[in-house]
Design a protein around this ligand. Structure first.
Ligand code: ADP
Ligand code: MG
Length: 595
Protein backbone atom coordinates (compact mmCIF):
# COMPACT_ATOMS: atom_id res chain seq x y z
CA UNK A 1 0.00 0.00 0.00
CA UNK A 2 1.49 3.41 -0.95
CA UNK A 3 2.29 5.69 1.97
CA UNK A 4 2.08 9.35 2.85
CA UNK A 5 5.18 10.29 0.86
CA UNK A 6 3.66 8.86 -2.33
CA UNK A 7 0.38 10.65 -1.72
CA UNK A 8 2.12 13.99 -1.16
CA UNK A 9 4.28 13.46 -4.23
CA UNK A 10 1.30 12.65 -6.43
CA UNK A 11 -0.71 15.67 -5.26
CA UNK A 12 2.22 18.03 -5.89
CA UNK A 13 2.78 16.50 -9.29
CA UNK A 14 -0.82 17.02 -10.42
CA UNK A 15 -1.03 20.54 -8.96
CA UNK A 16 -2.40 22.88 -11.66
CA UNK A 17 -3.40 20.09 -14.01
CA UNK A 18 -6.93 19.35 -15.23
CA UNK A 19 -9.31 18.04 -12.57
CA UNK A 20 -9.37 14.57 -14.09
CA UNK A 21 -5.79 14.11 -12.85
CA UNK A 22 -7.27 13.29 -9.42
CA UNK A 23 -8.22 9.97 -11.00
CA UNK A 24 -4.54 9.05 -10.55
CA UNK A 25 -5.17 8.64 -6.82
CA UNK A 26 -4.54 5.08 -5.68
CA UNK A 27 -7.45 3.19 -4.04
CA UNK A 28 -5.71 3.28 -0.68
CA UNK A 29 -2.89 5.03 1.20
CA UNK A 30 -1.33 4.42 4.57
CA UNK A 31 -0.91 7.61 6.61
CA UNK A 32 0.79 6.50 9.81
CA UNK A 33 -1.67 4.27 11.61
CA UNK A 34 -4.49 5.46 9.41
CA UNK A 35 -5.69 3.97 6.13
CA UNK A 36 -7.19 6.39 3.64
CA UNK A 37 -9.45 4.64 1.13
CA UNK A 38 -10.42 6.48 -2.03
CA UNK A 39 -13.63 4.86 -3.27
CA UNK A 40 -14.77 7.39 -5.80
CA UNK A 41 -13.18 10.48 -7.30
CA UNK A 42 -15.61 13.15 -8.46
CA UNK A 43 -15.53 14.08 -12.15
CA UNK A 44 -15.32 17.83 -11.59
CA UNK A 45 -15.32 20.30 -8.70
CA UNK A 46 -19.08 20.86 -8.97
CA UNK A 47 -20.11 17.19 -9.19
CA UNK A 48 -21.22 15.32 -6.11
CA UNK A 49 -18.19 15.02 -3.84
CA UNK A 50 -15.63 12.25 -3.77
CA UNK A 51 -16.04 9.33 -1.40
CA UNK A 52 -13.32 8.49 1.04
CA UNK A 53 -13.00 6.33 4.09
CA UNK A 54 -10.57 6.80 6.96
CA UNK A 55 -9.85 3.61 8.83
CA UNK A 56 -8.08 3.22 12.15
CA UNK A 57 -7.01 -0.18 13.53
CA UNK A 58 -9.01 -1.20 16.61
CA UNK A 59 -5.87 -1.26 18.74
CA UNK A 60 -5.24 2.40 17.88
CA UNK A 61 -8.84 3.47 18.39
CA UNK A 62 -8.99 1.77 21.77
CA UNK A 63 -12.77 1.59 21.98
CA UNK A 64 -13.65 -0.33 25.16
CA UNK A 65 -14.99 -3.80 24.55
CA UNK A 66 -18.01 -3.28 26.83
CA UNK A 67 -19.31 -0.58 24.49
CA UNK A 68 -19.48 -3.11 21.67
CA UNK A 69 -20.86 -6.20 23.38
CA UNK A 70 -24.51 -5.95 22.36
CA UNK A 71 -25.98 -4.94 19.03
CA UNK A 72 -27.77 -1.93 20.50
CA UNK A 73 -24.49 -0.75 22.02
CA UNK A 74 -22.63 -1.03 18.72
CA UNK A 75 -25.33 0.95 16.94
CA UNK A 76 -25.26 3.62 19.62
CA UNK A 77 -21.46 3.80 19.68
CA UNK A 78 -21.21 4.08 15.89
CA UNK A 79 -23.84 6.82 15.96
CA UNK A 80 -21.96 8.67 18.68
CA UNK A 81 -18.68 8.47 16.78
CA UNK A 82 -20.31 9.78 13.59
CA UNK A 83 -21.52 12.81 15.57
CA UNK A 84 -18.00 13.31 16.96
CA UNK A 85 -16.58 13.20 13.44
CA UNK A 86 -19.11 15.82 12.37
CA UNK A 87 -18.06 18.01 15.29
CA UNK A 88 -14.38 17.56 14.51
CA UNK A 89 -15.09 18.63 10.92
CA UNK A 90 -16.99 21.71 12.09
CA UNK A 91 -14.45 22.72 14.68
CA UNK A 92 -11.76 23.62 12.25
CA UNK A 93 -11.04 20.20 10.88
CA UNK A 94 -11.34 21.40 7.31
CA UNK A 95 -12.14 24.56 5.41
CA UNK A 96 -13.03 25.83 1.98
CA UNK A 97 -10.11 25.36 -0.34
CA UNK A 98 -11.08 26.70 -3.75
CA UNK A 99 -13.97 26.57 -6.20
CA UNK A 100 -17.11 24.42 -6.13
CA UNK A 101 -17.10 21.93 -3.30
CA UNK A 102 -13.36 22.28 -2.79
CA UNK A 103 -12.37 21.42 0.74
CA UNK A 104 -15.80 20.29 1.82
CA UNK A 105 -15.74 17.37 4.23
CA UNK A 106 -18.99 15.81 5.41
CA UNK A 107 -20.23 12.77 7.24
CA UNK A 108 -23.78 11.50 7.30
CA UNK A 109 -24.32 11.75 11.06
CA UNK A 110 -27.94 11.79 12.18
CA UNK A 111 -30.46 14.18 13.68
CA UNK A 112 -32.37 13.80 16.93
CA UNK A 113 -32.95 10.06 16.49
CA UNK A 114 -30.33 7.38 16.87
CA UNK A 115 -30.52 5.02 13.91
CA UNK A 116 -28.48 2.14 12.65
CA UNK A 117 -26.44 3.84 9.92
CA UNK A 118 -23.37 3.32 7.79
CA UNK A 119 -21.51 6.59 8.43
CA UNK A 120 -19.19 4.89 10.90
CA UNK A 121 -18.43 1.19 10.69
CA UNK A 122 -17.14 -0.80 13.63
CA UNK A 123 -15.37 -3.65 11.88
CA UNK A 124 -13.65 -6.65 13.37
CA UNK A 125 -10.26 -5.06 13.67
CA UNK A 126 -10.93 -1.42 12.84
CA UNK A 127 -13.17 1.60 13.09
CA UNK A 128 -13.90 3.50 9.92
CA UNK A 129 -15.57 6.82 9.07
CA UNK A 130 -17.09 7.28 5.62
CA UNK A 131 -16.69 10.80 4.29
CA UNK A 132 -17.76 12.95 1.39
CA UNK A 133 -14.85 15.12 0.34
CA UNK A 134 -14.64 17.89 -2.22
CA UNK A 135 -11.19 17.61 -3.78
CA UNK A 136 -9.76 21.13 -4.11
CA UNK A 137 -9.82 22.99 -7.41
CA UNK A 138 -9.10 26.42 -8.80
CA UNK A 139 -11.59 26.74 -11.61
CA UNK A 140 -11.33 23.26 -13.09
CA UNK A 141 -7.67 22.76 -12.20
CA UNK A 142 -6.29 20.64 -9.40
CA UNK A 143 -5.12 22.54 -6.33
CA UNK A 144 -2.60 19.93 -5.31
CA UNK A 145 -1.13 21.73 -2.30
CA UNK A 146 -4.57 22.34 -0.85
CA UNK A 147 -5.40 18.69 -1.47
CA UNK A 148 -2.22 17.71 0.30
CA UNK A 149 -3.21 19.69 3.39
CA UNK A 150 -6.72 18.28 3.24
CA UNK A 151 -5.85 14.62 2.81
CA UNK A 152 -2.58 14.44 4.70
CA UNK A 153 -3.38 16.77 7.59
CA UNK A 154 -7.07 17.59 7.98
CA UNK A 155 -8.41 14.07 7.62
CA UNK A 156 -5.89 12.45 9.97
CA UNK A 157 -6.59 15.21 12.51
CA UNK A 158 -10.34 14.60 12.26
CA UNK A 159 -9.83 10.85 12.68
CA UNK A 160 -7.54 11.39 15.64
CA UNK A 161 -9.97 13.66 17.41
CA UNK A 162 -13.10 11.65 16.79
CA UNK A 163 -12.13 7.99 16.50
CA UNK A 164 -9.51 7.62 19.23
CA UNK A 165 -11.22 6.84 22.49
CA UNK A 166 -8.65 8.66 24.61
CA UNK A 167 -9.36 11.87 22.70
CA UNK A 168 -13.12 11.76 23.25
CA UNK A 169 -14.75 13.69 26.10
CA UNK A 170 -14.46 11.61 29.24
CA UNK A 171 -17.55 9.46 29.79
CA UNK A 172 -19.30 10.85 26.69
CA UNK A 173 -19.49 7.61 24.74
CA UNK A 174 -20.51 5.63 27.83
CA UNK A 175 -23.33 8.06 28.65
CA UNK A 176 -24.61 8.09 25.08
CA UNK A 177 -24.58 4.30 24.83
CA UNK A 178 -26.23 3.86 28.24
CA UNK A 179 -28.98 6.31 27.33
CA UNK A 180 -29.75 4.55 24.05
CA UNK A 181 -29.67 1.17 25.75
CA UNK A 182 -32.18 2.39 28.31
CA UNK A 183 -34.51 3.49 25.53
CA UNK A 184 -34.33 0.18 23.70
CA UNK A 185 -34.94 -1.61 26.98
CA UNK A 186 -38.00 0.51 27.64
CA UNK A 187 -39.39 -0.18 24.16
CA UNK A 188 -38.69 -3.88 24.62
CA UNK A 189 -40.70 -3.96 27.86
CA UNK A 190 -43.87 -2.43 26.37
CA UNK A 191 -45.40 -5.68 25.10
CA UNK A 192 -45.15 -7.54 28.40
CA UNK A 193 -46.51 -4.49 30.24
CA UNK A 194 -49.50 -4.50 27.89
CA UNK A 195 -48.67 -1.04 26.55
CA UNK A 196 -48.53 0.52 23.09
CA UNK A 197 -46.62 3.51 24.32
CA UNK A 198 -44.92 5.12 27.28
CA UNK A 199 -44.17 8.78 27.94
CA UNK A 200 -41.85 9.52 30.86
CA UNK A 201 -42.75 12.27 33.27
CA UNK A 202 -40.61 15.30 32.70
CA UNK A 203 -40.28 14.63 28.95
CA UNK A 204 -40.08 17.68 26.71
CA UNK A 205 -42.35 16.84 23.79
CA UNK A 206 -42.80 20.14 21.87
CA UNK A 207 -40.25 21.05 19.24
CA UNK A 208 -38.55 24.34 18.57
CA UNK A 209 -40.63 25.03 15.47
CA UNK A 210 -42.41 23.31 12.61
CA UNK A 211 -39.09 23.33 10.78
CA UNK A 212 -36.86 22.14 13.60
CA UNK A 213 -36.77 18.84 15.40
CA UNK A 214 -34.88 20.18 18.39
CA UNK A 215 -36.61 20.54 21.75
CA UNK A 216 -38.53 23.72 22.51
CA UNK A 217 -36.37 25.53 25.04
CA UNK A 218 -38.44 28.46 26.24
CA UNK A 219 -41.71 27.81 27.99
CA UNK A 220 -41.88 24.08 27.40
CA UNK A 221 -44.10 22.40 29.97
CA UNK A 222 -42.56 19.08 31.10
CA UNK A 223 -44.86 16.12 30.59
CA UNK A 224 -46.99 15.01 33.55
CA UNK A 225 -48.78 11.65 33.78
CA UNK A 226 -52.07 10.96 35.60
CA UNK A 227 -51.87 8.72 38.70
CA UNK A 228 -54.26 6.13 37.28
CA UNK A 229 -52.10 5.49 34.20
CA UNK A 230 -48.72 5.90 35.81
CA UNK A 231 -46.33 3.01 35.18
CA UNK A 232 -42.84 2.45 36.53
CA UNK A 233 -40.09 0.70 34.60
CA UNK A 234 -36.70 -0.47 35.85
CA UNK A 235 -33.85 0.45 33.48
CA UNK A 236 -30.49 -1.25 32.98
CA UNK A 237 -28.51 1.99 33.43
CA UNK A 238 -28.95 5.11 35.58
CA UNK A 239 -30.85 7.88 33.79
CA UNK A 240 -28.62 10.41 35.47
CA UNK A 241 -25.00 9.26 35.13
CA UNK A 242 -24.12 11.06 38.38
CA UNK A 243 -26.78 9.22 40.36
CA UNK A 244 -26.31 5.44 40.26
CA UNK A 245 -29.69 4.92 41.94
CA UNK A 246 -31.64 6.64 39.14
CA UNK A 247 -32.55 3.44 37.35
CA UNK A 248 -36.33 3.87 37.47
CA UNK A 249 -38.54 5.82 35.16
CA UNK A 250 -42.20 6.63 35.72
CA UNK A 251 -44.60 7.90 33.14
CA UNK A 252 -47.83 7.54 31.27
CA UNK A 253 -48.40 3.98 30.12
CA UNK A 254 -50.83 3.87 27.20
CA UNK A 255 -52.57 0.50 27.42
CA UNK A 256 -53.11 -1.66 24.36
CA UNK A 257 -56.61 -1.35 22.94
CA UNK A 258 -58.36 1.78 21.73
CA UNK A 259 -57.06 5.03 23.20
CA UNK A 260 -58.53 8.45 22.54
CA UNK A 261 -56.58 11.62 23.10
CA UNK A 262 -59.08 14.45 23.60
CA UNK A 263 -58.75 18.05 24.69
CA UNK A 264 -59.24 21.59 23.56
CA UNK A 265 -57.44 23.06 20.57
CA UNK A 266 -53.82 24.00 21.24
CA UNK A 267 -53.59 21.88 24.40
CA UNK A 268 -50.88 19.54 23.12
CA UNK A 269 -52.73 16.57 21.56
CA UNK A 270 -50.89 16.44 18.27
CA UNK A 271 -47.59 17.10 20.00
CA UNK A 272 -48.14 14.00 22.13
CA UNK A 273 -49.00 11.92 19.08
CA UNK A 274 -45.97 13.13 17.17
CA UNK A 275 -43.74 12.14 20.07
CA UNK A 276 -45.31 8.67 19.94
CA UNK A 277 -44.75 8.48 16.16
CA UNK A 278 -41.06 9.12 16.76
CA UNK A 279 -40.97 6.87 19.83
CA UNK A 280 -40.22 3.95 17.52
CA UNK A 281 -36.56 5.03 17.60
CA UNK A 282 -34.23 6.10 20.41
CA UNK A 283 -33.29 9.76 20.71
CA UNK A 284 -30.06 11.50 21.53
CA UNK A 285 -29.48 12.46 25.17
CA UNK A 286 -30.99 15.90 25.77
CA UNK A 287 -33.65 15.54 23.09
CA UNK A 288 -36.45 15.57 25.64
CA UNK A 289 -38.03 12.43 24.22
CA UNK A 290 -35.52 9.90 25.61
CA UNK A 291 -38.31 8.65 27.85
CA UNK A 292 -40.84 8.14 25.06
CA UNK A 293 -41.18 4.63 23.71
CA UNK A 294 -43.71 3.27 21.26
CA UNK A 295 -44.51 -0.18 19.93
CA UNK A 296 -41.87 -0.55 17.20
CA UNK A 297 -44.56 -1.69 14.76
CA UNK A 298 -46.69 1.43 15.26
CA UNK A 299 -47.63 3.15 12.01
CA UNK A 300 -48.94 6.68 11.59
CA UNK A 301 -52.03 6.61 9.44
CA UNK A 302 -53.32 9.62 7.56
CA UNK A 303 -55.36 10.62 4.56
CA UNK A 304 -53.31 11.07 1.42
CA UNK A 305 -55.52 11.97 -1.50
CA UNK A 306 -53.86 11.66 -4.87
CA UNK A 307 -51.75 8.66 -3.94
CA UNK A 308 -51.65 5.54 -6.03
CA UNK A 309 -53.11 2.28 -4.73
CA UNK A 310 -52.48 -1.06 -6.37
CA UNK A 311 -54.32 -4.35 -5.86
CA UNK A 312 -55.25 -3.50 -2.29
CA UNK A 313 -58.30 -5.05 -0.61
CA UNK A 314 -59.87 -2.09 1.18
CA UNK A 315 -63.34 -3.68 1.33
CA UNK A 316 -63.22 -3.76 5.14
CA UNK A 317 -63.56 0.03 5.04
CA UNK A 318 -64.82 0.88 1.58
CA UNK A 319 -67.53 -1.29 0.03
CA UNK A 320 -68.72 -1.29 -3.55
CA UNK A 321 -68.09 2.03 -5.27
CA UNK A 322 -70.48 3.79 -7.67
CA UNK A 323 -71.23 1.75 -10.82
CA UNK A 324 -70.43 -1.52 -9.09
CA UNK A 325 -66.69 -1.04 -8.87
CA UNK A 326 -65.13 -3.59 -6.50
CA UNK A 327 -62.70 -2.63 -3.78
CA UNK A 328 -61.34 -6.14 -3.16
CA UNK A 329 -58.35 -5.44 -5.40
CA UNK A 330 -58.59 -1.70 -5.51
CA UNK A 331 -56.51 0.14 -8.07
CA UNK A 332 -56.29 3.87 -8.58
CA UNK A 333 -53.72 6.45 -9.52
CA UNK A 334 -55.59 9.12 -7.64
CA UNK A 335 -57.12 7.95 -4.38
CA UNK A 336 -59.60 10.07 -2.44
CA UNK A 337 -59.08 11.09 1.17
CA UNK A 338 -61.05 8.16 2.56
CA UNK A 339 -59.83 5.46 0.16
CA UNK A 340 -56.22 6.54 0.68
CA UNK A 341 -56.62 6.38 4.44
CA UNK A 342 -58.20 2.93 4.17
CA UNK A 343 -55.36 1.73 1.94
CA UNK A 344 -52.79 3.12 4.37
CA UNK A 345 -54.32 1.05 7.16
CA UNK A 346 -54.64 -2.15 5.15
CA UNK A 347 -51.07 -1.86 3.86
CA UNK A 348 -49.71 -1.28 7.37
CA UNK A 349 -51.56 -4.36 8.65
CA UNK A 350 -50.34 -6.38 5.68
CA UNK A 351 -46.72 -6.04 6.79
CA UNK A 352 -47.39 -6.51 10.48
CA UNK A 353 -48.37 -3.25 12.19
CA UNK A 354 -49.71 -3.88 15.68
CA UNK A 355 -50.56 -0.28 16.46
CA UNK A 356 -52.07 2.58 14.44
CA UNK A 357 -51.63 6.26 15.25
CA UNK A 358 -54.23 8.68 13.88
CA UNK A 359 -54.71 12.41 14.21
CA UNK A 360 -57.95 14.15 13.34
CA UNK A 361 -55.83 16.96 11.85
CA UNK A 362 -54.70 14.68 9.02
CA UNK A 363 -57.65 12.29 8.71
CA UNK A 364 -60.58 12.29 6.30
CA UNK A 365 -63.67 13.20 8.32
CA UNK A 366 -65.94 10.82 6.41
CA UNK A 367 -63.47 8.01 7.04
CA UNK A 368 -63.44 8.63 10.77
CA UNK A 369 -67.17 8.93 11.46
CA UNK A 370 -70.72 9.12 10.11
CA UNK A 371 -73.02 10.55 12.70
CA UNK A 372 -76.70 9.79 13.36
CA UNK A 373 -78.01 12.69 11.33
CA UNK A 374 -75.90 11.82 8.30
CA UNK A 375 -77.01 8.21 8.65
CA UNK A 376 -80.61 9.42 8.55
CA UNK A 377 -80.07 11.56 5.45
CA UNK A 378 -77.71 9.46 3.29
CA UNK A 379 -78.80 5.88 3.35
CA UNK A 380 -76.29 3.13 4.04
CA UNK A 381 -76.70 1.60 0.58
CA UNK A 382 -75.45 4.87 -0.90
CA UNK A 383 -72.42 5.14 1.37
CA UNK A 384 -69.58 2.74 0.61
CA UNK A 385 -67.59 3.77 3.67
CA UNK A 386 -67.60 1.82 6.91
CA UNK A 387 -66.07 4.44 9.16
CA UNK A 388 -63.04 3.68 11.29
CA UNK A 389 -65.32 4.19 14.31
CA UNK A 390 -67.11 0.94 13.41
CA UNK A 391 -63.92 -1.08 12.87
CA UNK A 392 -61.53 0.12 15.53
CA UNK A 393 -62.76 -2.30 18.22
CA UNK A 394 -62.58 -5.28 15.88
CA UNK A 395 -59.05 -4.27 14.92
CA UNK A 396 -58.14 -4.67 18.56
CA UNK A 397 -60.28 -7.67 19.44
CA UNK A 398 -59.87 -9.79 16.30
CA UNK A 399 -56.45 -8.73 15.01
CA UNK A 400 -54.73 -7.50 18.18
CA UNK A 401 -54.08 -4.09 16.63
CA UNK A 402 -54.24 -1.13 19.00
CA UNK A 403 -55.12 2.43 17.99
CA UNK A 404 -54.23 5.79 19.45
CA UNK A 405 -56.56 8.43 18.04
CA UNK A 406 -56.31 12.17 18.56
CA UNK A 407 -59.89 13.33 18.46
CA UNK A 408 -60.98 16.67 19.83
CA UNK A 409 -64.00 17.07 17.60
CA UNK A 410 -66.17 13.94 17.84
CA UNK A 411 -67.49 12.34 21.00
CA UNK A 412 -68.96 9.35 19.16
CA UNK A 413 -65.61 7.67 19.79
CA UNK A 414 -66.33 7.52 23.55
CA UNK A 415 -68.39 4.39 22.84
CA UNK A 416 -65.43 2.45 21.49
CA UNK A 417 -62.51 3.69 23.62
CA UNK A 418 -60.83 1.66 26.34
CA UNK A 419 -58.88 4.66 27.57
CA UNK A 420 -59.54 8.37 27.18
CA UNK A 421 -56.71 10.80 27.88
CA UNK A 422 -57.41 14.50 28.01
CA UNK A 423 -54.61 16.92 27.27
CA UNK A 424 -55.23 20.04 29.33
CA UNK A 425 -52.63 22.82 29.28
CA UNK A 426 -50.10 20.23 28.01
CA UNK A 427 -50.69 17.84 30.92
CA UNK A 428 -52.31 14.42 30.51
CA UNK A 429 -55.43 13.50 32.52
CA UNK A 430 -57.24 10.21 32.63
CA UNK A 431 -60.89 11.00 31.79
CA UNK A 432 -61.95 7.46 30.88
CA UNK A 433 -64.62 7.26 33.58
CA UNK A 434 -66.08 10.67 32.74
CA UNK A 435 -66.18 9.81 29.04
CA UNK A 436 -68.11 6.60 29.83
CA UNK A 437 -70.63 8.59 31.86
CA UNK A 438 -71.07 11.06 29.04
CA UNK A 439 -71.53 8.19 26.60
CA UNK A 440 -74.25 6.72 28.83
CA UNK A 441 -76.12 9.98 29.36
CA UNK A 442 -75.76 11.29 25.80
CA UNK A 443 -76.32 8.29 23.48
CA UNK A 444 -75.27 9.01 19.90
CA UNK A 445 -78.31 7.23 18.38
CA UNK A 446 -76.17 6.21 15.48
CA UNK A 447 -76.24 2.61 14.23
CA UNK A 448 -73.15 0.51 13.76
CA UNK A 449 -72.33 0.20 10.07
CA UNK A 450 -69.97 -2.75 9.68
CA UNK A 451 -72.03 -5.11 7.52
CA UNK A 452 -69.75 -8.12 7.90
CA UNK A 453 -66.97 -8.99 10.32
CA UNK A 454 -63.55 -7.49 9.68
CA UNK A 455 -61.88 -9.78 7.13
CA UNK A 456 -58.22 -10.77 7.49
CA UNK A 457 -55.86 -8.81 5.28
CA UNK A 458 -55.30 -10.28 1.83
CA UNK A 459 -51.55 -10.58 1.22
CA UNK A 460 -50.23 -9.25 -2.07
CA UNK A 461 -47.49 -10.53 -4.34
CA UNK A 462 -45.13 -7.92 -5.77
CA UNK A 463 -43.95 -8.56 -9.30
CA UNK A 464 -40.31 -8.05 -10.25
CA UNK A 465 -41.14 -6.64 -13.64
CA UNK A 466 -42.55 -3.37 -12.35
CA UNK A 467 -39.32 -2.60 -10.49
CA UNK A 468 -37.03 -0.88 -12.90
CA UNK A 469 -34.29 1.23 -11.33
CA UNK A 470 -32.57 2.18 -14.57
CA UNK A 471 -32.38 5.69 -15.89
CA UNK A 472 -30.74 6.67 -19.14
CA UNK A 473 -27.67 4.52 -19.63
CA UNK A 474 -27.48 3.62 -15.97
CA UNK A 475 -28.57 0.24 -14.69
CA UNK A 476 -29.28 1.45 -11.17
CA UNK A 477 -30.12 5.06 -10.44
CA UNK A 478 -31.66 5.47 -7.02
CA UNK A 479 -31.42 8.56 -4.88
CA UNK A 480 -33.19 10.59 -2.24
CA UNK A 481 -33.50 14.26 -3.06
CA UNK A 482 -34.95 14.86 0.38
CA UNK A 483 -36.50 12.79 3.11
CA UNK A 484 -39.81 12.58 1.25
CA UNK A 485 -38.70 12.50 -2.39
CA UNK A 486 -37.29 9.22 -3.61
CA UNK A 487 -36.05 8.79 -7.14
CA UNK A 488 -36.19 5.18 -8.25
CA UNK A 489 -35.01 4.84 -11.82
CA UNK A 490 -37.27 7.08 -13.88
CA UNK A 491 -39.95 7.27 -11.15
CA UNK A 492 -40.44 9.86 -8.46
CA UNK A 493 -41.97 8.50 -5.29
CA UNK A 494 -43.81 11.02 -3.16
CA UNK A 495 -43.30 10.10 0.49
CA UNK A 496 -44.62 13.27 2.10
CA UNK A 497 -47.41 11.34 3.81
CA UNK A 498 -45.05 8.67 5.17
CA UNK A 499 -44.47 10.70 8.28
CA UNK A 500 -42.30 8.29 10.23
CA UNK A 501 -39.58 8.39 7.63
CA UNK A 502 -37.26 10.94 9.17
CA UNK A 503 -33.85 10.92 7.57
CA UNK A 504 -32.94 11.27 3.87
CA UNK A 505 -30.50 8.43 4.38
CA UNK A 506 -33.42 6.22 5.35
CA UNK A 507 -35.18 7.28 2.18
CA UNK A 508 -32.10 6.42 0.13
CA UNK A 509 -31.93 3.08 1.93
CA UNK A 510 -35.61 2.44 1.20
CA UNK A 511 -34.99 2.85 -2.52
CA UNK A 512 -31.97 0.58 -2.51
CA UNK A 513 -33.79 -1.93 -0.30
CA UNK A 514 -36.59 -2.28 -2.85
CA UNK A 515 -33.96 -2.89 -5.52
CA UNK A 516 -32.17 -5.41 -3.30
CA UNK A 517 -35.46 -7.18 -2.65
CA UNK A 518 -35.98 -7.45 -6.36
CA UNK A 519 -32.53 -9.03 -6.74
CA UNK A 520 -32.65 -11.37 -3.78
CA UNK A 521 -36.05 -11.70 -2.14
CA UNK A 522 -38.69 -12.19 -4.82
CA UNK A 523 -39.55 -15.73 -5.78
CA UNK A 524 -42.61 -17.44 -7.17
CA UNK A 525 -45.50 -16.27 -5.01
CA UNK A 526 -43.38 -14.33 -2.47
CA UNK A 527 -45.65 -11.89 -0.69
CA UNK A 528 -44.77 -8.30 0.06
CA UNK A 529 -44.61 -9.18 3.74
CA UNK A 530 -42.22 -12.05 3.11
CA UNK A 531 -40.06 -9.79 0.97
CA UNK A 532 -39.69 -7.08 3.61
CA UNK A 533 -39.09 -9.70 6.30
CA UNK A 534 -36.34 -11.22 4.15
CA UNK A 535 -34.79 -7.77 3.83
CA UNK A 536 -34.74 -7.41 7.61
CA UNK A 537 -32.89 -10.71 7.92
CA UNK A 538 -30.37 -9.60 5.30
CA UNK A 539 -29.78 -6.32 7.17
CA UNK A 540 -29.35 -8.18 10.46
CA UNK A 541 -26.95 -10.72 9.05
CA UNK A 542 -24.96 -8.73 6.51
CA UNK A 543 -25.25 -5.16 7.75
CA UNK A 544 -26.54 -2.12 5.90
CA UNK A 545 -23.51 -1.93 3.62
CA UNK A 546 -25.25 -4.61 1.57
CA UNK A 547 -27.51 -1.84 0.23
CA UNK A 548 -24.68 -0.36 -1.82
CA UNK A 549 -25.12 -1.72 -5.35
CA UNK A 550 -21.54 -0.84 -6.20
CA UNK A 551 -20.31 -3.25 -3.55
CA UNK A 552 -22.49 -5.94 -5.07
CA UNK A 553 -20.96 -5.22 -8.45
CA UNK A 554 -24.26 -4.03 -9.95
CA UNK A 555 -23.50 -0.38 -10.43
CA UNK A 556 -20.74 2.05 -11.12
CA UNK A 557 -18.63 3.35 -8.32
CA UNK A 558 -20.21 6.76 -8.55
CA UNK A 559 -23.72 5.37 -8.10
CA UNK A 560 -23.66 4.72 -4.38
CA UNK A 561 -22.18 5.84 -1.15
CA UNK A 562 -21.62 3.18 1.48
CA UNK A 563 -21.64 5.85 4.16
CA UNK A 564 -25.05 7.37 3.51
CA UNK A 565 -27.59 4.77 4.58
CA UNK A 566 -29.75 4.70 7.68
CA UNK A 567 -31.92 1.73 8.47
CA UNK A 568 -35.60 2.07 7.63
CA UNK A 569 -38.33 -0.09 9.13
CA UNK A 570 -40.19 -2.57 7.00
CA UNK A 571 -43.23 -0.29 7.16
CA UNK A 572 -41.48 2.55 5.41
CA UNK A 573 -39.99 0.20 2.81
CA UNK A 574 -43.44 -1.21 2.08
CA UNK A 575 -44.89 2.30 2.05
CA UNK A 576 -42.48 3.40 -0.68
CA UNK A 577 -43.04 0.20 -2.63
CA UNK A 578 -46.78 0.81 -2.50
CA UNK A 579 -46.33 4.36 -3.76
CA UNK A 580 -43.98 3.51 -6.58
CA UNK A 581 -46.16 4.13 -9.58
CA UNK A 582 -44.51 1.47 -11.73
CA UNK A 583 -44.75 -1.29 -9.11
CA UNK A 584 -47.14 -4.16 -9.72
CA UNK A 585 -48.76 -5.96 -6.79
CA UNK A 586 -51.47 -8.57 -7.11
CA UNK A 587 -53.61 -10.09 -4.38
CA UNK A 588 -52.39 -13.57 -3.40
CA UNK A 589 -55.87 -15.02 -3.79
CA UNK A 590 -55.58 -14.64 -7.54
CA UNK A 591 -57.97 -11.79 -8.37
CA UNK A 592 -56.73 -9.50 -11.05
CA UNK A 593 -55.96 -6.03 -9.88
CA UNK A 594 -58.34 -3.43 -11.14
CA UNK A 595 -61.29 -5.72 -11.85
P1 ADP B 1 -53.55 20.43 19.62
O1 ADP B 1 -53.26 19.28 18.72
O2 ADP B 1 -54.13 20.00 20.92
O3 ADP B 1 -54.37 21.48 18.96
P2 ADP B 1 -50.70 20.95 19.50
O4 ADP B 1 -50.14 19.66 19.98
O5 ADP B 1 -50.64 21.21 18.04
O6 ADP B 1 -52.18 21.14 20.02
O7 ADP B 1 -49.92 22.07 20.31
C1 ADP B 1 -50.22 23.43 20.15
C2 ADP B 1 -48.97 24.26 20.40
O8 ADP B 1 -48.50 24.10 21.73
C3 ADP B 1 -47.80 23.89 19.52
O9 ADP B 1 -47.18 25.07 19.08
C4 ADP B 1 -46.88 23.12 20.42
O10 ADP B 1 -45.53 23.24 20.05
C5 ADP B 1 -47.13 23.73 21.76
N1 ADP B 1 -46.93 22.76 22.84
C6 ADP B 1 -47.33 21.47 22.85
N2 ADP B 1 -46.98 20.85 23.99
C7 ADP B 1 -46.33 21.79 24.73
C8 ADP B 1 -45.71 21.77 26.03
N3 ADP B 1 -45.67 20.66 26.76
N4 ADP B 1 -45.14 22.92 26.46
C9 ADP B 1 -45.18 24.03 25.70
N5 ADP B 1 -45.74 24.11 24.49
C10 ADP B 1 -46.32 23.01 23.99
MG1 MG C 1 -53.85 18.96 16.72
Amino acid sequence: MPGEAELRRLLRRIDGRGYKAYKDLAPCYRLGALELHVDHVQADPFASPSRLRVRLPAAEAGLPEELRTARVRRIALADYLARRVRLAIRDGGASKRGSGKSGLVAIDAGGQEVLERTAVALGRGFVEARLSVGLPAAGRRVRGLEAEALLCEDLPRIADRALRFERLPRGGAERFVACVENQEHLRGRLAELGLVGFVAEGSILPRESGASDRPLRRGAVPFAAPDSLRVEVELPNPRDPDDPASTRVTGLGIPRGVTLVVGGGYHGKSTLLRALERGIHPHVPGDGREGVATDPTAVKIRAEDGRRVEGCDISAFIGELPYGRSTRAFQTDDASGSTSQAANIVEALEVGARALLLDEDTSATNFMVRDARMQALVRKENEPITPFLDRVRELHERLGVSSVIVMGGCGDYFDVADTVIEMRSFAAHDVTREAREVAATHPTRRSAEAGRPLPPVTPRIPLAKGLDASRGRREVKIDARSVDALRFGASEVDLRAVEQLLDPSQTRAVGHAIWLARQRCLGEGTTLREAVEALERIFDEEGLDVLDPHRRGEARRSEAHPGAFARPRRFEIAAAWNRLRSARLRPARGDDPGD
